[in-house]
Ligand binder design. Structure first.
Ligand code: GLN
Length: 232
């Protein structure tokens, strides 16, 4: 089904570094599952997009402040966010997980995080989880704006652990980052494309129509397969 766009160009806000969903390749071009899915959806439905890769919390703020019409950033659909945003059908199943520097054998459970520092990106599901469980486990949370700072802090030993979406940690490990994931992941976290509540409904419709078609033709699997090989 073809939906009519209502704007000449839709401004899309996204994360700045969230491989394999959005990241810069060797030619400094942004690629990734989110980028490819939305770019393809725009081609299929005949609408124009302009990406702005400004970081996760920046992307949320852009949407809130009407500087963006839509946001795609491995954003998890949850009840709290549904109060402020309308989401597309879910396009990826994720979950969050603790990671430590490879070789750090002192952390094997959440209880082992007592007295330790744990990092997360501002405004994310991981940050929310850490805030919720801070008193229970007795760690201190450190916040980062971007993933590169967060991952560097764990590798450099400035923090003891971090929490992020497991496909993103898995991708980092597959790319040679020296991290391990000693604690079972928290399930959930369906990713959705989002607009500000009540705005640009046609954008969500166009994405949903294209997503359905990409799943039907196998193009969805082809796009994901460009970045994620057999479960890692
Ligand atoms: N899925 C997580 C969330 O929605 C993290 C997204 C991200 O860091 N880009 O909070």
């Amino acid at each position: 089904v073809k939906v009519e766009p209502k704007k000449d160009v839709y401004r899309i806000s996204s994360d700045s570094a969230f491989a394999p969903f959005e990241f810069q390749n060797e030619d400094n071009e942004y690629v990734g599952i989110d980028v490819d899915l939305l770019t393809r959806a725009a081609e299929m439905q005949g609408f124009n997009i302009e990406f702005n890769f400004i970081g996760f919390s920046g992307a949320l703020q852009a949407l809130d402040g009407n500087q963006a019409d839509g946001m795609i950033a491995g954003m998890s659909i949850n009840d709290e966010r549904k109060k402020a945003y309308d989401f597309s059908d879910s396009y990826f199943e994720s979950g969050i997980q603790i990671a430590v520097k490879e070789g750090n054998d002192s952390i094997k459970s959440y209880e082992d995080l007592e007295g330790k520092t744990v990092g997360a990106k501002v405004g994310t599901e991981s940050a929310d989880f850490l805030i919720e469980n801070e008193d229970k486990y007795g760690y201190t949370i450190k916040y980062y704006d971007a993933a590169d700072q967060l991952y560097a802090a764990v590798s450099g030993g400035q923090i003891d652990a971090m929490m992020d979406d497991y496909p993103v940690i898995g991708y980092a490990i597959s790319q040679g980052q020296k991290l391990s994931t000693p604690i079972e992941k928290e399930v959930g976290g369906q990713y959705g494309f989002a607009v500000k509540k009540g705005q640009n409904p046609e954008l969500i419709q166009m994405f949903n129509e294209a997503l359905k078609e990409m799943k039907r033709t196998g193009e969805y699997d082809e796009i994901v397969g460009r970045y994620i090989k057999n479960g890692s």
